[in-house]
Design a protein around this ligand. Structure first.
Ligand code: NOJ
Length: 570
């Protein structure tokens, strides 16, 4: 009884989405952004690692999908301790990916095809092989305070790390450097020392780097780990979670009150926003540049990122292991909460997958592989997908010997699988030839998933029903006027079905229904959602066996277990 009262209250929220849109140059509103992990997209030179020329050779695939932009995970010179997120030269392309002229060729080709190119900007840390760090070790000015250096704490005559801070990849966040006789902070791998933004010179360096890439004509940046940039200068121990249920040196065991989301982060973001916007005005077409920010953080912090200038404070509600919502009620509550926090004039965003978390079909089950792409298409704002989502790629379990990700390697042979991100980074499955058509090498940097013989792009292009053809429909749907300006409601259609409805006056609504249960449910969507008695199937999840274009009686919809369906007018 109580549950149904709650349901009725929840059912009633309608979210208006900018009633009268002004023509906007902000190309990213209501678009899909496609993340490429360059090592795994396409290898053009047969060394087993993907590269820029490989990406250029496959741009037609992105054009066929009709996504608006590609975001490239780091392509800069790097010792590859964290596969590019440890940068040793921010303005040089790593030879494994190609040359600056390959990059120019990639961006010129993409631009000619109408595709935006976004780079990953990694401001929190550098590689420990970066010349700044090497000079900092030697206390050469002004590099001596480019990083966070501290003396050890003397405990019973031995030097210990300055405090209890932990690295995201496990263990102390402090590494002792013999030469300087001090500890340096690294919130990720030891090969990724944290920069010290209390030194003004560091920000000047980063501004030069942003300007350098803006001069190359990039369309925006995804800012990596932005909420790690500042630390509380008192360097106090962080409190321990009371019941985290994790190992002593596991990052999740602490509450990160002194190392994350500090106020200074927003000041620096504002200054970068200004720099990027000013540069945009000088650009020939004056098109605005986009800023995406990566911060796994509380919803209450998100508004601050929007207000400080992020166009896309990435919304990880569907993928963050700490809050990966699983019930219809939780989905509804959190989607509504997100919509309510988006400041006026900004847009929501929905991250479907990325290179740090299990792929959607592996975290929710194969039958639910399409669910989040469908949701991100129907919800207002930007959908962000990860290479391979469009064909339903799945995680490939790795043996300890195959594991290369520091997040896994640091845990050792017994536990590596709990944190390793290798399974989600396997080569793109283009076709059923050797190495899935990704590379001609004898060995690829990570093994190709064994399922490539049947699960690949070429096979899906030949099939009438596929993840690929579904995703193309979703991109087309997002570009429709009702998706840009229609109102939006998230509705619980009974206990197990989540509904989303978009409406504009005088035209049929667009309705998404997702069955969260494993078995068939029959729902009266008409009554629950106040929609016409008859609607047509626009698209359905692969495996649901719901044919497109059939007309449905919305008073009695048969929704197979784990199926999702989008209905609209004829
Ligand atoms: C976040 C990135 O997404 C992740 O892959 C990387 O390991 C860390 N930042 C460190 O740069």
């Amino acid at each position: 009884m109580f549950r149904w009262i709650v349901v009725c209250i929840l059912v009633s929220t309608t979210i208006r989405v900018d009633a009268a849109p002004k023509p906007t140059k902000e190309w990213w509103k209501d678009s899909f952004i496609y993340q490429i992990y360059p090592r795994s997209f396409m290898d053009s030179n047969g060394d087993g690692v993907g590269d820029l020329n490989g990406i250029t050779s496959k741009l037609q695939h992105l054009i066929d999908l009709n996504v608006s932009a590609i975001w490239l995970s780091p392509i800069f010179e790097s010792p590859m301790v964290d596969f590019g997120y440890d940068v040793s030269n921010f303005t040089k392309i790593d030879p494994i990916f190609g040359t600056m002229s390959d990059f120019t060729n990639l961006t010129a080709t993409a631009k000619a095809l109408g595709l935006k190119v976004l780079l990953d900007f990694v401001p929190n840390h550098t590689s420990n092989k970066h010349p700044w760090f090497l000079k900092s070790v030697k206390k050469i000015k002004p590099y001596d305070d480019y990083y966070i250096w501290m003396d050890g704490k003397l405990v019973n005559g031995t030097s210990e790390p300055p405090n209890n801070w932990l690295s995201v990849f496990g263990g102390s966040a402090w590494e002792f450097n013999e030469e300087r006789n001090q500890y340096y902070l690294h919130q990720f791998a030891a090969g990724q020392p944290d920069l010290n933004y209390r030194s003004a010179a560091v920000n000047t360096e980063m501004e030069k780097i942003l300007t350098f890439w803006l001069d190359q004509g990039v369309d925006g940046f995804r800012i990596d780990a932005i909420n790690f940039m500042f630390e509380d200068p008192r360097y106090l121990d962080e409190p321990r979670k009371s019941n985290a249920g994790v190992d002593e040196d596991d990052y999740e065991g602490l509450v990160h009150i002194y190392t994350k989301d500090l106020t200074d982060t927003f000041t620096i973001l504002k200054s970068w926003r200004k720099l990027i916007d000013t540069h945009g005005k000088k650009a020939p077409k004056g098109e605005p540049k986009i800023i995406l920010t990566e911060a796994y953080t509380r919803m209450s912090e998100i508004t601050k990122y929007y207000e400080a200038g992020s166009d896309v404070p990435m919304n990880f509600m569907f993928i963050d292991p700490l809050n990966r919502y699983s019930s219809t009620m939780e989905f509804k509550r959190n989607i509504d909460a997100w919509m309510n926090l988006v400041p006026k004039g900004h847009v929501a965003n929905w991250v479907v997958d990325n290179h740090d978390n299990p792929r959607v079909g592996s975290r929710y089950g194969v039958r639910r592989s399409d669910e989040l792409s469908m949701l991100s298409a129907v919800l207002p704002g930007i959908g962000i997908i990860y290479y391979g989502d469009e064909i339903g790629m799945l995680d490939r379990n790795m043996t300890w010997n195959e594991t290369v990700d520091p997040a896994g390697c640091n845990l050792g042979p017994e536990k590596y699988h709990l944190k390793s991100r290798d399974p989600v980074r396997t080569p793109f499955q283009w076709d059923n030839s050797t190495n899935a058509g990704f590379s001609t090498a004898n060995k690829t940097w990570l093994p190709v998933h064994e399922n490539y013989k049947t699960l690949n792009l070429a096979a899906q292009k030949a099939e009438p029903v596929s993840h690929y053809s579904l995703f193309k429909k979703l991109v087309a749907l997002k570009k429709m006027p009702i998706m840009k300006t229609g109102s939006m409601e998230v509705i619980l259609v009974g206990e197990n079905v989540l509904g989303v409805v978009r409406r504009l006056p005088d035209i049929p609504p667009v309705v998404l229904l997702i069955n969260f249960s494993e078995t068939t449910v029959v729902v009266d969507a008409r009554t629950w959602m106040n929609i016409p008695e008859q609607l047509t199937v626009y698209a359905s999840s692969v495996g649901s066996n719901i044919p497109s274009e059939v007309t449905m009686d919305t008073t009695e919809i048969n929704l197979p277990g784990a199926a999702s369906v989008i209905l609209s007018g004829p």
